[in-house]
Design a protein around this ligand. Structure first.
Ligand code: ATP
Length: 635
């Protein structure tokens, strides 16, 4: 079949000439406050993934709250020691009762020391619990999301997959989803923890000294502005970086997938250079994001250092003036130093969220993509089909205005064996794809048993069509399993029956482990012809009265070709068969030959009729005059 069918895809060595990106809504890089909204809308979009895990997220949030409160309590034992144990200042309120009960300053010191340890231990415990619960929720959310995206990707039409790059889709499915997961859980929790601590610290600082707190507060807008501006630029940079990484993975996958071609054409160095070029451009994109991130961190650091200067200067003045106790100044400074942490955390989280929301956009793009080919709302399950196929006034354009098939009228009674021939690019594979409803016609329709195939559910239609594609796709499992893939739930007995029907059981028995022979990744341990036999067995097992066989173009040796031909003859019994033929031999076994040229049917008749006519058919195969060349081939 066509080179671009993913299930038959021939790996491409050179970079594809058409690098079509996903035809998806592209949102321009956001500016200003839109960025925050973007994150919020991303979270809202994935909210259903979050809300199913509230059982883990709520306890994680409560543990985080407890840890924050303990952080606020942490510096107070030092204040007690400094003001009441060292300086012997009297306490007020509850504290004076506590000190009175403890009596001896040594006891106060010991109690303060114990409090330091207990607060730290309890805070550690709560943080630990929160992180474990978050990680658990994040993994579950990530897995569910990946499952949802993967399922959706499988439902998307061939056109989508032909225009997408596999590496890029893989990146969306793996790396991007991991970042979305982080955005939904880790970043959101970090953000909430930072905001909670920040507001707690500021509230306490205002209580202790409004003037010093105002100085601390003055540093905030600069930090917020710097992180906000950087995060907008970071988001665009990360998106670019991900695209470059997608290119790199796609290129590496292409080379590895076509390694035999690469080696045969001695393209190793050329491919290495291509991958290196992509690596360099990926590195440049990566460096840009690192530069932006470190620029943000530096800005935050400088602003907070300036704030520390101001507080120290004014705070010491207040202590000397007797407005503030030394212990309280220590607590205040400790709070201010702690303030840096949530501020930096906020900046970091903003960066991470910017990064993740770019990746989330990429995941959303896939989820938003509507499958082009879907069941009609009133589609019915196809009844067992007899296999009468009719293409009616059919026209098809891959790209609007450029018809690949035009005015196709073709009626194939059930049970007829038809060969489709024609020069390369004539539209043979496309016609098959329309029968399988990989695409819908631009005009006209395809009927089976008199009904437009769009009236049937996709699944029930495809279940009744057996396809053997030109480039058979085998999986790296056993031969038996590969045949069994033809039908869900097929047993070993079904597999053996299919092999018998095709007459290939002897060949399978001659293999070292029979049906249990491992065929290697993509069937690498089998020859092209043997792969076709497995594919034919798979098609037979599928059942159904319509068989599509796309003959391999690669030359097979005479013996294998005969083996396939015999198997095909058996497979064609009682089935409407459409063979895309590139050679002469199968043409002797069919009832009718259709010649396609530039998307039109130009000849239609039996092999014998057509070989007598002057026309494309004769030119195509240069049919020799000796009739035996075809018929005389050993059966
Ligand atoms: P071959 O014998 O080489 O397999 P074919 O007769 O099967 O050729 P098709 O694969 O049906 O030809 O292709 C018909 C035309 O449609 C060609 O010009 C091809 O370039 C074009 N074509 C095929 N697939 C696509 C696609 N996914 N997008 C755009 N054009 C396509």
């Amino acid at each position: 079949m066509n080179r671009s069918d993913p299930s038959t895809q021939q790996p491409v060595i050179a970079p594809p000439s058409r690098r079509i990106r996903l035809r998806l809504p592209r949102l321009k890089t956001a500016r200003g406050v839109f960025d925050a909204r973007r994150v919020a809308s991303t979270i809202a979009f994935f909210a259903r993934d979050l809300h199913k895990h509230l059982g883990l997220l709520i306890p994680a949030g409560l543990a985080m709250l407890a840890a924050t409160l303990l952080s606020l309590a942490a510096p107070w034992p030092v204040q007690v020691v400094l003001d009441h144990v060292i300086l012997g200042r009297p306490a007020r309120g509850v504290m004076s009762d506590v000190l009175a009960r403890l009596g001896d300053p040594r006891n106060v010191l010991l109690a303060a020391c114990a409090a330091v340890v207990l607060i730290a231990a309890a805070r550690g415990l709560f943080e630990y619990a929160s992180q474990i619960l978050q990680a658990d929720a994040a993994h579950r959310i990530g897995n569910k999301l990946r499952h949802r995206v993967f399922k959706h990707l499988q439902q998307l039409s061939l056109r989508f997959h032909e225009r997408s790059r596999t590496g890029d889709l893989l990146l969306r499915l793996t790396g991007d989803i991991t970042l979305v997961r982080d955005l939904l859980v880790a970043s959101l929790f970090d953000l909430m923890a930072a905001l909670l601590l920040l507001s707690g610290l500021l509230a306490m600082m205002f209580r202790l000294s409004p003037a010093l707190a105002a100085v601390a507060l003055a540093t905030l807008p600069a930090v917020v502005a710097a992180s906000w501006l950087t995060s907008v630029r970071l988001r665009a940079a990360v998106r670019k970086k991900r695209e470059k990484e997608g290119d790199l993975i796609s290129a590496a996958a292409e080379v590895l997938g076509a390694i035999s071609h690469v080696q045969a054409f001695t393209r190793e160095d050329a491919e290495k250079d291509r991958v290196s070029r992509l690596e360099r451009s990926s590195l440049r994109a990566e460096l840009k994001t690192v530069r932006l991130e470190s620029k943000l961190a530096r800005t935050v650091e400088i602003v907070t250092a300036l704030g520390t200067c101001g507080i120290l200067y004014l705070g010491v003045g207040d202590v000397l003036a007797g407005k503030l106790s030394p212990g309280t100044l220590i607590v205040f400074i400790s709070y201010y130093t702690s303030l840096v942490k949530p501020i930096r955390q906020l900046a970091k989280t903003a960066g991470r969220m910017a990064k993740a929301s770019s990746c989330a956009d990429r995941v959303r793009e896939v989820l938003d993509e509507v499958p082009e080919i879907q069941d009609a709302p009133d589609a019915v399950v196809a009844p067992p089909l007899a296999g009468h196929i009719r293409f009616e006034r059919l026209r098809f354009d891959y790209e609007p205005g450029r018809p690949v098939l035009r005015d196709i009228h073709l009626d194939i009674p059930s049970g007829q064996r038809v060969a489709l021939v024609g020069p390369t690019g004539a539209g043979k594979s496309t016609l098959m794809k329309l029968l399988l409803r990989f695409y819908d016609p631009t005009a006209g329709c395809v009927r089976v048993d008199g009904r437009d195939i769009r009236e049937f559910t996709l699944e029930s239609l495809r279940r009744q069509i057996s396809v053997v594609q030109q480039h058979t796709v085998l999986f790296g499992t056993t031969l038996g399993d590969n045949i069994a893939m033809g039908r869900l739930g097929a047993t070993r007995a079904d597999v053996e029956a299919a092999a018998r029907e095709l007459g290939i059981e002897e060949w399978i028995a001659s293999l070292p482990n029979g049906y249990d022979t491992i065929v290697g990744e993509r069937g690498a341990t089998l020859s092209g012809g043997q792969r076709q036999l497995v594919a034919l067995a798979r098609a037979i097992l599928r059942g159904g009265r319509i068989l599509i066989f796309d003959e391999p173009t690669t030359g097979l040796d005479g013996r294998t070709e005969q083996q396939i031909r015999r198997a095909l003859q058996r497979a064609m019994r009682n089935r409407t068969t459409l063979i895309i033929s590139h050679g002469l031999r199968p043409l002797a076994d069919v009832d009718r030959v259709i010649v396609l040229t530039e998307g039109r049917i130009v000849q239609d008749g039996s092999h014998d009729d057509l070989r007598g006519e002057v026309g494309v058919y004769r030119e195509l195969f240069e049919v020799p005059s000796e009739p035996d060349l075809v018929r005389g081939a050993p059966a």
